[in-house]
Design a binder for this molecule. Structure first.
Ligand code: UDP
Length: 485
């Protein structure tokens, strides 16, 4: 089967947040490169973040299009153009953007009724898609932007309440392929949210993840036994996409001209190999001024060079969230670069000068660091990131754990307690100092990168899985047609 048979019409529906949208758009491009007809359903502002890459794919002869649905801005009382969680800095705005995913149901259904696809692949956040697929009799697979490991860990936590009787950690979690410890008690609210999302996978033909089989070793089986659903590992999607292109381009979802070298990359060119710590807390986390200051003090005290990206401070004149004189001192010594705004993260992580990544452990950030062989210094911000930290520090041992001060469900709520400058300094030094003991972690990070690269080569696990996924979709459609005869 595969490339010779008639192309399938496949609709993909990404959720309105960069951590969801980037990997699902990558998946859309990958499936289109397998001679299928893919349509990405999205809203005007979200489309703008990736339309240039789609035009490039179209120019290369791939059948990929974007279908625009208007965002319900007026209904939600949101300013025009605010259509992605990246533009939100408070829970109310974020709640409205999440609500849009529900409000758009009638418009998306009406489009699907008029132009029925063969297969529907929505993000897990579109919980209504189960009923829609049933009503329209369209096979559905779900895209899950978090890791399968997280779902296993959440399930183990739920099944072992006795592990959490004490008021303070560490909490030892039994029942998983690896012994794991959580330093702080998870919020029951987060488990409920995740469970409701996993519920949304029900009735689907399986779940697609931005990961590779070797990274989830032991956990895929656990998940499949637990849910009875099949997992498709087609990641790291950013590497898979690179593999289908001849020349590496600037991060596919920034729409930046490949010839304009980003200021961060030009600055990294001036630094020694493996000498810089990249600091980023993803596209959503808005850390408190107190926490940002601790990071500033911690990185300065570590004496290591850094590239620090901060979101939510764009256009602000007042830098009172930085230690006094921080920028002058670190700039003067060419020791640090602070950027307020969007950066091409995948390319930064791939730059030879990067030696470590102080990260919030967003799933995409984690997979991107692994793809570049960059060891992590972990400091989770909210939600699934506390669990991703465990995969990094305790399962694969490719990072140093700084940890969090408390559990948070939201990227916007300031935590009452901050992670201290001393903890941050210690974490950075233990990875980056030549006598800090980070050698083994660095070696393991390189080995994991090798596995990721193998997975995306011809014959590798993710390439095979992508081919099998397309074959599977074809077989599902053929058997559905058979049923209708
Ligand atoms: N990202 C980027 N530049 C930025 C911030 C984020 O390219 O300045 C990308 C990053 O590479 C990743 C995604 O946005 O692909 C963020 O997803 P992740 O799961 O890491 O974290 P989230 O933002 O969802 O917390």
């Amino acid at each position: 089967m595969g490339s010779e048979s008639k192309p399938l019409r496949i609709y993909m529906l990404p959720f309105f947040a960069q951590g969801h949208l980037i990997p699902l758009v990558n998946l859309a491009r990958l499936v289109a490169s397998k001679n299928q007809q893919v349509t990405i359903i999205t809203t005007p502002s979200n489309a703008q973040t990736f339309d240039k890459t789609i035009q490039q794919d179209q120019a290369a002869g791939h059948h990929i299009t974007v279908h625009i649905i208007q965002f319900p801005s007026t209904q939600l009382g949101l300013p025009p153009g605010v259509e992605n969680l990246f533009s939100a800095s408070d829970n109310q705005t974020a709640g409205k953007i999440a609500m849009a995913a529900h409000l758009l149901k009638p418009d998306i259904e009406s489009f699907m009724k008029q132009n029925p696809p063969d297969v529907f692949i929505p993000d897990i956040m579109f919980t209504w898609s189960e009923q829609t697929s049933k009503d329209l009799r369209i096979p559905r697979l779900v895209f899950n932007p978090i890791s399968i490991f997280d779902v296993c860990l959440i399930e183990a936590i739920k099944s072992h309440p006795e592990a959490f009787l004490s008021d303070s950690g560490p909490y030892h979690i039994p029942g998983l392929p690896h012994p794991l410890t959580l330093p702080i008690k998870p919020s029951p609210g987060f488990a409920r949210v995740t469970e409701s999302l996993v519920e949304a996978e029900k009735g689907s033909h399986g779940v697609i993840v931005n990961s590779f089989a070797e990274l989830d070793e032991g956990y895929t089986e656990y998940y499949e036994n637990l849910t009875g659903r099949r997992v498709w590992h087609v990641g790291p999607t950013s590497l898979m996409v690179e593999n289908t292109k001849e020349k590496k381009q600037v991060n596919s979802n920034t729409n930046t001209n490949a010839n304009d070298k980003h200021v961060s990359l030009a600055w990294l060119d001036t630094k020694e190999v493996g000498s810089v710590v990249y600091i980023s807390f993803g596209s959503l986390c808005r850390l408190s001024n107190e926490q940002l200051k601790e990071i500033g003090f911690g990185i300065e005290a570590s004496k290591h060079s850094f590239l620090w990206v901060v979101h939510g401070k764009e256009g602000e004149e007042d830098d009172n969230w930085l230690p006094k004189g921080f920028e002058e001192r670190t700039k003067g010594e060419n020791r640090g670069l602070l950027i307020k705004g969007w950066v091409p993260q995948a390319l930064i992580l791939d730059h030879p000068s990067i030696g470590g990544f102080l990260t919030h452990c967003g799933w995409n950030a984690t997979v991107e660091a692994i793809s570049s062989g960059v060891p992590m210094i972990t400091m989770p911000g909210f939600g699934d990131q506390y669990y991703n930290e465990k995969l990094v520090t305790e399962v694969h041992c490719i990072g140093v754990e700084v940890g969090a001060a408390e559990w948070s469900m939201s990227p916007y709520d300031a935590k009452k307690t901050v992670v201290s400058r001393e903890r941050i300094e210690k974490g950075v030094k233990s990875l980056m100092d030549s006598d800090g003991g980070g050698g083994e972690i660095r070696k393991r990070a390189r080995e994991m990168k090798e596995k990721a690269w193998k997975a995306v080569q011809e014959g590798g696990s993710s390439q095979n899985c992508l081919t099998k996924l397309v074959d599977y979709l074809e077989s599902v459609v053929v058997s559905k047609l058979g049923d209708q005869k």
